[in-house]
Design a protein around this ligand. Structure first.
Ligand SMILES: [Zn+2]
Length: 553
């Protein structure tokens, strides 16, 4: 390039840069002052005030420094000393699907089988005969009955509709007889690879429960009946539910092209109140690759995430693949859903095309298998800054942690399970629980884990996540894995900046600092002075995303 041309461009850059700067300096749109800001910016951890210009933080500092920027038109809000944190990033959940479920299905998060059957019966009464009645968020350990749902319960409650009730973990479900008939499952049907059809050990009859890949026959028998508008409504609903608890960004851990479109259409119609990093399930990858799309495509609101794969089973439903059996079931080691060679084949093409990879891996065997696939890919096709994701990464040991560190991989462990799903931890045993959701071990090893709800399986409230991670204590006071406690400051960093890192967006969000998007939460009480066992009850008074309040109590 001739030097005169270079000088000209240089001159323009400087000029436009200084003009923008001057405009910004005279016109921040909004100043939040008199706050107790915890910024998660190590260079300036605390502040009293922040100025917002457009959708970005413009300045962060003391009241005097920031108020001095106020021009005639800047709105000023006195926060009255309230605590302000960066917006929380839920690095693994299922918002689009959960939104649709909340719109259309029976919420079975109830405390007795009788209540669940009553809710299903009521839905059946308003559902045209023969059409499916669907339930979600059923949790076998949360009902007072001391036994799981059965085919008999469901047949007695609803006989003229097929019924399918999914566990809140999403990996198993319970069907009535008409539903099993439509799915072509009978007493003689053999288990599919990576799945299990439960039988009564005494009679050999179906119990109605299907696990992992055996669920597919049911799911495939249910006619897809969601319109584009339904999907957009679902996204709008779940985004509202999440932002009022302080979540400002989310990773959809199992997105489809339909979900991606729903997020975009919600954004276009101004109804998307949080940011989405959308993993794409591997079975849709041919479409994505053909279109030339890869991880990172999109904008600050909707961005294409990793290719998602699934290695093993679930923690909340006790199907994760473990090296040692479940407590009390010496022959039960859980389920490996996808064998290693198949996982490698699924991963290779996407990796070669420049995609980030995210694999559901819960048990130590599942994590070991997934790491071997990643290590092989990294050797065969080295990628800089690959940020391989281990979705969940629940049960670990020292050697797995060393391999995760060596690979620069990112675990997304369940944040609310110690608090919310404590009663299920008995089946893992006290020793193993000290190696589960292993935030202390990850952080000590220099690994950057995230906050993740996996909602619906786990509650998404960030305040519950903080309490769970700091106390490792459930609602009844039982402690699960005390060795993995982390400090409040660490838990907040995990829930904000580390979440941004997991989606390559650590320069865009995750802390309150000038230049980053203005995503924050204002708390009703100070999380730093609150009893750590009562953090879950701190009200979130306001949530801001991109400089706009999306929730105000
Ligand atoms: Zn998930």
């Amino acid at each position: 390039m001739p030097s005169s041309r270079r000088e000209f461009l240089y001159g323009v850059t400087v000029l436009s840069g200084s003009v923008l700067f001057a405009l910004d300096r005279t016109e921040p749109d909004l100043i939040l002052y008199n706050g107790n800001f915890w910024t998660v910016n190590p260079r300036q951890p605390r502040a009293q005030a922040a100025a917002v210009s457009g959708d970005r933080f413009f300045a962060v500092g003391s009241n005097d420094e920031v108020l001095a920027l106020a021009a005639g038109n800047a709105r000023k809000i006195d926060l009255g000393g309230k605590t302000v944190l960066p917006g929380f990033i839920d690095a693994h959940s299922h918002p689009a699907e959960a939104g649709l479920s909340h719109l259309r299905m029976v919420d079975c998060d109830l405390r007795s089988i009788a209540e669940i059957l009553k809710a299903l019966r009521q839905r059946a009464a308003t559902t045209p005969s023969g059409q499916w009645v669907l339930g979600f968020k059923y949790d076998d350990t949360k009902t007072s009955d001391g036994r799981p749902l059965s085919i008999k319960d469901l047949d007695e409650a609803v006989s003229d509709h097929p019924v399918f009730v999914e566990h809140r973990g999403g990996h198993t479900g319970w069907a009535n007889s008409p539903a099993l008939m439509l799915a072509k499952i009978d007493d003689k049907t053999s288990d599919p690879p990576g799945g299990k059809i439960d039988h009564d050990p005494a009679t050999g009859k179906l119990t109605g429960r299907v696990r992992e890949a055996a669920k597919d026959a049911l799911v495939n028998a249910i006619p897809a009946h969601f319109t584009r508008d339904d999907r957009r409504q679902g996204v709008k609903l779940i985004a509202k539910m999440m932002t009022r608890t302080g979540v400002t960004s989310v990773t959809d851990a199992l997105g489809t092209p339909d979900d991606l479109r729903a997020y975009q259409e919600s954004r276009d119609s101004g109804q998307l109140s949080l940011r989405v990093y959308c993993h794409i399930y591997h079975s849709f990858m041919d479409q994505m690759l053909a279109a030339g799309i890869k991880t990172g495509f999109g904008d600050e609101w909707v961005r294409v995430g990793a290719q998602k794969m699934i290695c093993d089973g679930s923690i909340s439903e006790r199907t994760a693949r473990l090296s040692q059996p479940y407590i009390g079931r010496p022959d039960d080691f859980g389920i490996l859903v996808t064998p290693e060679d198949q996982l490698y084949e699924q991963a290779r093409k996407a990796h070669a095309a420049g995609w980030q990879l995210g694999t559901h891996a819960n048990g130590d065997v599942g994590i070991d298998t997934t790491l071997r696939v990643y290590e092989r890919l990294q050797k065969e096709m080295p990628k800089r800054d690959s940020r391989y994701r281990l979705e969940h990464c629940t049960v670990v040991n020292d050697s797995l942690i060393q391999r995760i560190k060596a690979l620069g991989a990112i675990p997304t462990p369940f944040s609310t399970y110690a608090y919310y799903h404590g009663e299920k931890m008995k089946e893992y045993g006290a020793d193993r629980v000290n190696h589960m959701f292993a935030l202390r071990s990850f952080i000590d090893a220099g690994i950057r884990p995230t906050q993740a709800s996996d909602y619906p399986p786990g509650p998404f409230e960030p305040m519950m996540a903080l309490q769970s991670e700091v106390t490792r204590t459930d609602a009844k006071g039982n402690v699960w894995g005390a060795q993995q406690k982390i400090t409040l400051e660490e838990a907040i960093r995990v829930g904000t900046l580390y979440g941004a890192y997991a989606s390559y967006e650590e320069n865009l969000k995750g802390s309150i600092e000038a230049g980053k998007v203005a995503d924050l939460v204002v708390l009703g009480r100070d999380v730093f002075t609150e009893d750590p066992y009562n953090v879950v009850n701190i009200p979130v008074e306001r949530t801001m995303v991109g400089g706009k309040w999306v929730w105000e109590s």
